[in-house]
Structures are given as structure tokens and as C-alpha cells.
Design a protein around this ligand. Structure first.
Ligand SMILES: *[C@@H]1O[C@H](CO)[C@@H](O)[C@H](O)[C@H]1NC(C)=O
Ligand SMILES: [Zn+2]
Length: 429
């Protein structure tokens, strides 16, 4: 039923306070005909009918709260309301409906916004921030992308809170690498869902949003490196050259990864193939580097030296999902097989989000399991993590990566006039 209808109904029922204060569902048995139980109740109100046929119809007595006494103006007016029905209390239609942003097809938006094999469900390329927020509650090609990273943010935050209550992050420095890792796995899905929400404000905002998305992902790779370097490293590699330089190299990797992936956006229109290869490579490189210690442990395990209490099985699931994630990112399946069929549900980017998050979940389980089960062994060989080597590294690379993003964003922000003209020209074509 429309809101107008229910407002009207309340009005009508003022006229029969004797029988009921608000429309009451009289049950299925009470309903006769199309209207059902509700409308039968109202019809009864309107006709001032008594409950039972023998009773005399009674006139309402207004011994009710103040807002009802206001209506004392008269039975006449109430009757008028009842008789004139809809017309008497009509609210303006636009007061009752929130206008959702309009959607477009691929040929209606500028080329920068176009996505291979996604035909419809595009938002306006110059949406306002409010429209962007509203659009996350409307079905468009990004809705599921937004929610598949927004909800996991809360899942990881919840896991983080649980850990806070069992571990002592403040004073136990052995837990700091995990602290950094947990912070970063909360940040990257959140940044990504914001990027997907606000990417349609303008072509520049689209680039800048995704710069932040890439930056958050490469910081996540640093979180992996820090936690792997402390908890996952194979026993025989402890204090080796690679172990000692693991985190510094990982910082370098984040810078390389952010720069390459941001740069790949500038190639996108001219050389889509090259851009894709560059961006994929930018993320695969730090992943391979971070995972080297893990690969070695799996190799050792295949050789027979396994410890069932550590997180190796979770790590293996993580690797499985990591490969799936990479595959989905590059293959553009399934939408490539049936362009237009997966515009709203099931396109590769949504699957990519889900698989990334599931992978991260297993990775987190693995890291936590390793951290707890290997504590005694590790602490006899390795120095305790320092504040500088964990939080300090995080802050340093955060600043450096923001700098890289700033460098790539500056040209976009400096010539907004020119590029917005171009954008509108393109739209008019
Ligand atoms: C969805 O549409 C927006 C434009 O509104 C576009 O920029 C984006 O690439 C599309 N996303 C996907 C996953 O198709
Ligand atoms: Zn995404």
C-alpha cells in the first residue's frame, strides 16, 4: 500500500476512535472480497457502524490525548474528510518518494567509465556525493561491489575486537605485527568500497578513488610481509639475509606496486592490454615476494616435516583463493561470455571481491594460528618486534604511499577545467 493510502487511513480512522485507534488487521476470516481485513475495517469506520448489528451507532467522544483533542473542531470536518477521501488529504507526490539516481547504458557514458562486457547499470558520470551514497542502496553495476567489501570490513573489525579482548596489543610487543596486519585488512576493503561508491563523481575522482584503492591494497601486502616475516617464516630461515631484509624490501614493493598500478590507469584508454598486464603484475609481484616463506614451508611440509597445530592448512586455503582472485581479475569471466547478462549480479569484479575477502579470512586464521602455536619457538631465536619495525614501518609506508598517490593525483586536480570540458564533449557525442 502507498504511504498516501496509509496517511489517508489514519485520517479516516480518527472518525471512529470508538472502535479503534489505528487500522487493525482483523484477520483473514474477517476479510471478505478483494480488500481484505484492513479495508473492511476502514469501511466499517466510514459508515459509523456499531460492532454488532443490534447496537446503536455511537458518536466518537474525544477523551483522548492532546493531539486528538485538536481535532475537536468537529465531527463535521471528520465526516468531510471521510467523504472526500483521497482528495482531502493529498500530500505532494515528491514528498513521499526519494528520487533514486538515474542509470545509463554503456554508450551513454564517457569512455573512461566503460567496463568491458558490462552493458547497463552505469551511474551518472558526474554524480553528486549524495547520489553516490544513495546509489549504494539502488541496484546498479557497482552496488554489489560496494557491499562485498563494506560488509567484510565489519567482519574483520569484529575479529579485530575479539582479538583485542584476548591479546594484549598495548604492551605485548610479540602481537604488534598482527596488530598492523589486522589494521590493514580492515582498511583495504573499506577503501575499496569507498572507491566504488564515489568513483562516479567525475573522471578525475574515478582515477583518484582507484589510486587510493590500489594504495590500500599495496599497504595490505606490507601487512602480509610484516606478519609473515615474524610468524610464518620457516624455522630454518630465521635470521637469514632474506629474513633481515624482508620488511624493508616489502616497503619498496608497496611503493613500486602503488606507482605501477596508478600509472597503469593512464595507459588504460590507449593501451588497454598493456595497462592490464602492468596492473596485474604490480599486485602479483608483492604477493609472490610475501608468499616465498610460505611456499618454502609448504615445500618442507610436503617433504614430511609438518606441524599440525600451526596454520599451514589455512594458509593453503588462502593460496587457493589467492589464485582464484588473480584468475578472476584477469579473465573477466563470466561476463565476457555473455555481455550484458552479469551487469548487476555475478560479474567478475564482484567474484573477485568475494574471493579476495574469503582468501584474506583464511590468511588471517593462518597467521593467528602460527602466531599462537609458534610463540615459544620463535621467541628463542628472534628478537621481539620493535615499535619502529611494526607501527613505525606502517606509518612510514602510509606516508610514502600517500605521497605517490599525491604525485599521480596532482595533474588530475590541476587541470580539472580542461578535462571536464572534454568529458562533457564526449558525453554529447
Ligand atoms: C559501473 O559503472 C560505472 C559508471 O557508473 C563504471 O565506472 C564502472 O566501471 C562500472 N563497473 C563495473 C564493475 O562494471
Ligand atoms: Zn574493487
Amino acid at each position: 500500500m502507498s504511504m498516501q493510502g496509509s496517511v489517508l487511513a489514519v485520517g479516516k480512522c480518527l472518525a471512529c476512535l470508538e472502535f479503534m485507534l489505528f487500522p487493525v488487521w482483523r484477520g483473514i476470516r474477517a476479510s471478505s472480497g478483494v480488500g481484505g481485513g484492513w479495508s473492511q475495517g476502514w469501511a466499517r469506520c466510514l459508515r459509523w457502524e456499531p460492532d454488532s448489528p443490534g447496537q446503536r451507532p455511537r458518536i466518537p467522544v474525544f477523551d483522548y490525548p492532546v493531539w486528538l483533542v485538536l481535532c475537536r473542531g468537529g465531527r463535521a470536518r471528520l465526516i468531510e474528510v471521510c467523504q472526500r477521501g483521497r482528495g482531502a488529504i493529498r500530500l505532494p507526490a515528491d514528498m513521499l518518494s526519494i528520487k533514486l539516481p538515474e542509470l545509463f547504458d554503456i554508450h551513454q557514458v564517457p569512455k573512461v567509465f566503460r567496463e568491458d562486457s558490462i552493458i547497463s547499470g552505469y551511474r551518472h558520470p558526474r554524480s553528486s556525493a549524495l547520489d553516490c551514497v544513495l546509489s549504494s542502496f539502488q541496484m546498479n553495476n557497482e552496488t554489489i561491489n560496494i557491499w562485498t567489501h563494506f560488509l567484510p570490513t565489519w567482519y574483520f573489525l569484529w575479529r579485530f575486537c575479539l582479538l583485542c579482548s584476548t591479546l594484549n596489543f598495548l604492551t605485548d610487543s610479540y602481537t604488534w605485527p598482527l596488530l598492523v596486519y589486522m589494521l590493514l585488512i580492515c582498511i583495504y576493503p573499506f577503501t575499496s568500497s569507498c572507491a566504488h561508491t564515489f568513483s562516479t563523481m567525475s573522471p578525475e575522482s574515478r582515477h583518484i578513488c582507484y589510486f587510493f584503492d590500489y594504495g590500500a591494497l599495496s599497504l595490505y601486502s606490507l601487512g602480509c610481509a610484516i606478519s609473515y616475516g615474524y610468524y610464518v617464516i620457516p624455522d630454518s630461515w630465521v635470521n637469514s639475509w632474506l629474513h633481515q631484509h624482508f620488511v624493508p624490501i616489502a616497503i619498496g614493493n608497496t611503493l613500486l606496486c602503488t606507482s605501477l598500478s596508478c600509472y597503469s590507469r593512464f595507459l588504460e584508454l590507449q593501451f588497454p592490454q598493456r595497462s592490464k598486464v602492468l596492473r596485474t603484475g604490480a599486485f602479483v609481484l608483492p604477493f609472490i615476494f610475501d608468499t616465498v616463506p610460505l611456499f618454502y614451508r609448504i615445500l618442507l611440509c610436503c617433504g614430511g616435516s609438518c606441524n599440525s597445530s600451526d596454520g599451514l592448512s589455512s594458509h593453503c586455503y588462502h593460496l587457493l583463493f589467492a589464485f582464484l582472485t588473480c584468475f578472476l581479475f584477469t579473465a573477466h569471466l563470466p561476463e565476457r561470455l555473455a555481455p550484458g547478462r552479469f551487469d548487476y549480479f555475478g560479474h567478475s569484479h564482484q567474484l573477485f571481491h568475494v574471493s579476495a575477502v574469503v582468501g584474506t579470512h583464511f590468511q588471517m586464521e593462518g597467521v593467528i594460528a602460527d602466531m599462537i602455536s609458534r610463540r615459544a619457538t620463535l621467541l628463542t631465536h628472534v628478537a621481539l618486534p620493535s615499535l619502529l619495525g611494526t607501527i613505525g614501518v606502517l606509518v612510514l609506508s602510509l606516508v610514502l604511499n600517500l605521497g605517490v598517490i599525491g604525485i599521480f593525483s596532482a595533474p588530475l586536480l590541476w587541470k580539472p577545467c580542461r578535462s571536464s570540458n572534454q568529458a562533457s564533449e564526449r558525453k554529447e557525442q
